[in-house]
Design a protein around this ligand. Structure first.
Ligand code: TRP
Length: 337
């Protein structure tokens, strides 16, 4: 019988580029909370997963490992509270993946809504790399190898968590209770709109504000934000719904009363876009400024950062090795122990 689980948080970002405000509101802010409230907390750099759709460009993945680490540390994901580790250095994740692959069909993998939409985006059709189709299975292994229970993720990852729970139930049914089901931890703001008004701020759409953007770039991006196309003259009444500037103010401006006040004026007419944008520029510069400064500080000694990650990875190697032994025993294949 499986033991009652401790409260263990685990999450990660594919190392394919620097992180942006969407990552912050979708997941990083929950990591900050969970590292203080969980029994243990892990931050994984899923480089193997990133290779599933970047096999032709492996240096893009290896070079971005340090970038996602720097972004997380700069935001306050503290290596004293959260163990950082790199997926490719934990062979037991690959091992567990192989066992899980027998518990899922190709048809089910193709039905996963996240995979389906990513396949469409990338135009894979039938020529989808097998590793890509199977990454939700290895993501389940990322989580289960450390017995994690709470997974802070963005909304787009929900079908992957659901599929992991299906695998858990199937495994437990065949081999007897071993794994506990996992719970996604979503933030209030499930997804951040892009500066162009598209549903999601994303690297590939080029509509995101980065946690490392300079004050100048922040200002430029805010000035280009989608507002209300029918709000032409200052006197015109403007729409607040779907207006990206107000959406961002709602999330990032601590002075809620003032935001309400501005919304009222804007809706009535008499408040220009530029005034509201100037406020948002200030708010975002104040928010990103300290993160960028910490990032620049950390960047000065990348070797020290990698040393910390190496130590974390070594701890995880030990834990993973011991747990794989337990798992094999449970499966009836612990032949030599
Ligand atoms: N798929 C996640 C993303 O694209 C990254 C990831 C890999 C992850 N393994 C994980 C997230 C385990 C949470 C838990 O952002």
């Amino acid at each position: 019988m499986a033991k009652t689980p401790s409260n263990i948080a685990l999450t990660g970002d594919r190392p394919t580029g620097k992180l942006h405000l969407g990552h912050y509101v979708g997941s990083i802010q929950n990591r900050l909370k969970l590292q203080d409230t969980s029994d243990k907390s892990y931050y994984l750099i899923p480089d193997v997963q990133a290779l599933t759709d970047n096999s032709d460009n492996p240096s893009k993945v290896s070079e971005n490992v340090i970038e996602v680490i720097l972004d997380n540390m700069a935001c306050g994901v503290d290596p004293k509270k959260t163990t950082y580790f790199i997926q490719s250095q934990i062979p037991e994740i690959a091992e567990m993946t192989v066992f899980f692959l027998n518990l899922v069909t190709v048809a089910r993998l193709k039905r996963n809504p996240t995979i389906k939409s990513e396949m469409q985006q990338k135009g894979y059709g039938e020529d989808v790399p097998a590793g890509f189709l199977c990454y939700p299975v290895s993501q389940a292994a990322d989580i289960l190898i450390l017995r994690a229970t709470s997974i802070p993720v963005g909304e787009d990852q929900l079908p992957i968590i659901e599929q992991a729970n299906e695998l858990i139930r199937k495994f437990n049914h065949i081999y007897g209770e071993f794994f506990h089901e996992i719970t996604p931890v979503l933030s209030e703001t499930k997804r951040l709109v892009g500066i162009d008004g598209q549903a999601k701020a994303s690297k590939s759409l080029g509509n995101a504000i980065y946690l490392s953007d300079s004050d100048e770039v922040i200002a430029k991006k805010v000035m280009s934000m989608y507002t209300d196309p029918t709000h032409i003259k200052v006197e015109d009444p403007g729409k607040v719904e779907g207006n990206v500037v107000f959406t961002y103010l709602d999330i990032f401006d601590a002075d809620k009363a003032e935001v309400e006040n501005l919304k009222k004026q804007y809706t009535q007419g008499g408040l220009g876009d530029v005034v509201v944008k100037k406020r948002l520029i200030q708010v975002l510069q104040d928010f990103i400024g300290p993160i960028r400064a910490r990032r620049q500080e950390l960047e000065k000694d990348k070797a020290a950062i990698m040393k910390i990650v190496e130590e974390g990875t070594k701890r995880v190697q030990e834990e993973a090795k011991a747990y794989m032994k337990e798992m094999k025993k449970h499966m009836g294949i612990g032949y030599f122990y």
